[in-house]
Design a protein around this ligand. Structure first.
Ligand code: ADP
Ligand code: ADP
Length: 225
């Protein structure tokens, strides 16, 4: 496990500055949430940490390692998007195992990891099904499981619940919280939803127009005046 540290991270495009001078540090094992209006730079920050986007300024550390220029595949980071895409021709078990196979884990190890992850997300009974035989909520749990199966140091989630209906969102949110309490991966989570931010966050980062407006715990951020 590891902390994530951004020091003055900036990303400029030709005509716009997506994020400017972003500085924060998520301690090892904490769950931080980023909120802010559409276009304020949330995805750009996650993508920069994942190595899918290159900062034009600043330094990014995971643990003690400077990550500037390190390609995404060499980072011990998992990311789950809103539009999770499972591999349709693979079973749930194969989907969960995919990242491990890619990294040539031993067969026995793969099976054990898949079983453990399936148990912690309550999808053990679905291992032989194909994605199209699952509900949306079940598919999203498989996507979460696939991301954490290889036990990354950092877990990034970009509005992972926003495509689910209200009931399913409540259930999956509670499961996410339990999952984090069990495995304790350093997590950064983007959402528009105040309830998600309140329930899940150790700390909340409020962004506006590419800059950090405020960092605080949920009580602080959502305190009534
Ligand atoms: P959010 O995730 O908060 O909705 P984004 O990080 O997607 O915000 O975008 C932040 C800003 O950067 C927006 O103004 C967006 O249009 C701009 N932006 C993002 N990616 C690019 C890109 N590849 N080229 C130009 N501008 C971009
Ligand atoms: P999201 O809000 O879910 O990130 P967007 O539709 O804003 O999705 O962006 C989709 C893709 O287009 C992303 O890869 C983003 O970096 C890129 N993008 C966003 N805004 C711009 C822009 N103004 N110019 C060029 N590319 C952009």
């Amino acid at each position: 496990m590891a902390n994530v540290r951004l020091q003055g991270i900036t990303r400029r495009f030709t005509n716009t500055t997506a994020i400017e001078n972003i500085t924060f540090e998520v301690p090892d094992g904490e769950f931080w949430v980023m909120v802010g209006p559409s276009g304020c730079g949330k995805s750009t920050i996650l993508r920069t940490i994942a190595g899918l986007e290159t900062a034009t300024g600043g330094n990014l550390y995971i643990g003690d390692t400077l990550m500037n220029g390190v390609p995404a595949r060499a980072r011990d980071v998992a990311m789950v998007f809103q539009n999770y895409a499972l591999y349709p021709h693979m079973t749930v078990a194969e989907n969960l195992a995919f990242g491990l196979r890619m990294r040539s884990f031993e067969k026995k190890m793969v099976r054990e990891r898949v079983e453990t992850v399936a148990r912690s997300l309550d999808i053990s009974h679905l291992l032989d099904r194909k994605p199209k035989q699952l509900s949306g909520g079940q598919q999203q749990r498989v996507a979460l499981g696939r991301a954490i199966a290889r036990q990354p140091q950092v877990f990034l989630l970009d509005e992972p619940l926003s495509n689910l209906d209200a009931q399913l969102r409540d259930d999956t949110r509670a499961e996410l919280k339990q999952l984090h309490q069990k495995v304790g991966i350093t997590t950064i989570y983007v959402t528009h939803d105040q309830v998600e931010a309140m329930t899940l966050a150790d700390q909340i980062i409020v962004l506006n127009q590419g800059r950090i407006q405020q960092i605080g715990d949920p009580q602080n951020i959502y305190a009534r005046p």
